[in-house]
Design a protein around this ligand. Structure first.
Ligand code: F6P
Length: 365
């Protein structure tokens, strides 16, 4: 089909590589199809409120090495369950999808590219079901989207965590301390696992495998007995002790977004280990530094390839699909197959087995 006008929005948490996608979509749409590109600002909120900007080759110049998103984003603004804060501070949930769909048509879009994680892709799928031609582009540092080998943003987050581990290791060794690094990832342990293996951690704790504190202590003790009185522990924010609960930080933002904000397991672990061993324990919570800064070349390339392929898919009328990385190639899968699904780490995943085979403890017997 001939593309005349396409739209693009970025939804959910920001991550590295978003600007590479925006740039690639804009350039491919203009250079290959002489098509107009509309940027929807602030995620789905911008579609509801009709906040847009014209994207041109000039407007997207120099954004490739930048973190964040030129278009802005938000975790709120689901048109099907819009959280409206009333004057008295209470929240009502509204269905504003009709406004979003009307704006989509008023903008005269042939297609909307939804760049986002599992939540945004689910919204995209619902809009597609209601007659909006949607193509999804998978994004998240958590790498927890079904159907794609990697999401962009993940690799940069892992690299940031590995850089932190390299730094923590020198302090751990110098002071003979147990150094704990808490990383993001929500309910998926991919960041903890890949960063832990790459950063030479001795213990990696992930949400998918509840940890046994006694096993963690045993590993630290055995290392000390073997002459290494320092240990490096990487813990995913969603990890929990066997028989325990995930640790959630009750911030005001959590209430407004309706999403539990994870965090605190690193400090919990530090206090428990501090009680039970005579070693000094310190915890570093990496937080949002994993999401910002300069994207790695991998994330820039993946974002660019996905953006280009999404434009090709739109030109072929392949709507209701997600562009994915599959064994080094970019391909398409139905949004229906992945909407609302999260890909966590299987307890017998090759990476888990690799970690344990080289002596890393995952806190289980
Ligand atoms: O999904 C990406 C992510 O960074 C998670 O790893 C983390 O739990 C969450 O977002 C943090 O969200 P917020 O930026 O709203 O605090």
């Amino acid at each position: 089909m001939s593309l005349k006008r396409v739209g693009i929005l970025t939804g959910g948490g920001d991550c590295c590589g978003l600007n590479a996608v925006i740039r690639a979509v804009t350039r491919a749409a203009i250079i290959e199809y002489n098509c107009e590109v509309v940027g929807i600002e602030g995620g789905f909120e911008g579609l509801i409120e009709n906040n847009t900007q014209r994207l041109t080759i000039r407007a997207t110049r120099d954004i490739l090495p930048l973190g964040g998103t030129l278009l802005g984003t938000t975790n709120k603004g689901d048109p099907f369950a819009y959280r409206q804060v009333r004057d008295d501070g209470t929240i009502e949930i509204l269905d504003r999808s009709a406004e979003a769909i009307e704006n989509f048509h008023t903008l005269g879009l042939d297609c909307l590219f939804v760049v986002g994680g599992e939540g945004s892709q689910e919204i995209g799928y619902k809009l597609h079901e209601k007659g909006c031609p949607i193509i999804g582009i998978p994004k998240t540092i958590d790498n927890d989207l079904e159907g794609t080998d990697y999401t962009f943003g993940f690799q940069t987050a892992v690299q940031v965590a590995v850089d932190a581990l390299d730094r923590l290791t020198t302090t751990g060794k110098s002071h003979q301390r147990v150094m704990i690094l808490e990383v993001m990832g929500r309910n998926a342990g991919w960041i903890a696992l890949e960063a832990g293996i790459s950063g030479g951690a001795h213990i990696i704790l992930i949400p998918e495998i509840p940890y046994d504190l006694a096993e963690v202590e045993k590993k630290i003790r055995l290392r000390a007995e073997g002459g290494s009185s320092f240990s490096i522990v990487v813990v995913g924010e969603g990890a929990r002790e066997k028989g325990g609960e995930q640790i959630v930080s009750e911030a005001a933002a959590t209430r407004l977004q309706g999403v539990a904000q994870l965090g605190g397991v690193g400090n919990y672990l530090a206090s428990r280990l501090g009680q039970n061993t005579d070693l000094e324990v310190r915890c570093t919570v990496l937080g949002h530094v994993q999401r910002g800064g300069t994207p790695t070349s991998f994330d820039r390339l993946l974002g660019t390839r996905l953006g280009h392929h999404a434009v090709e898919a739109a030109a072929n009328g392949d709507f209701g699909k997600l562009v994915v990385l599959n064994c080094l190639n970019i391909s398409l899968i139905p949004l229906e197959d992945i909407a609302g699904k999260v890909r966590t780490v299987p307890a017998d995943h090759q990476l888990v087995r690799c970690a344990e085979a080289i002596g890393i403890s995952l806190g289980r017997c």
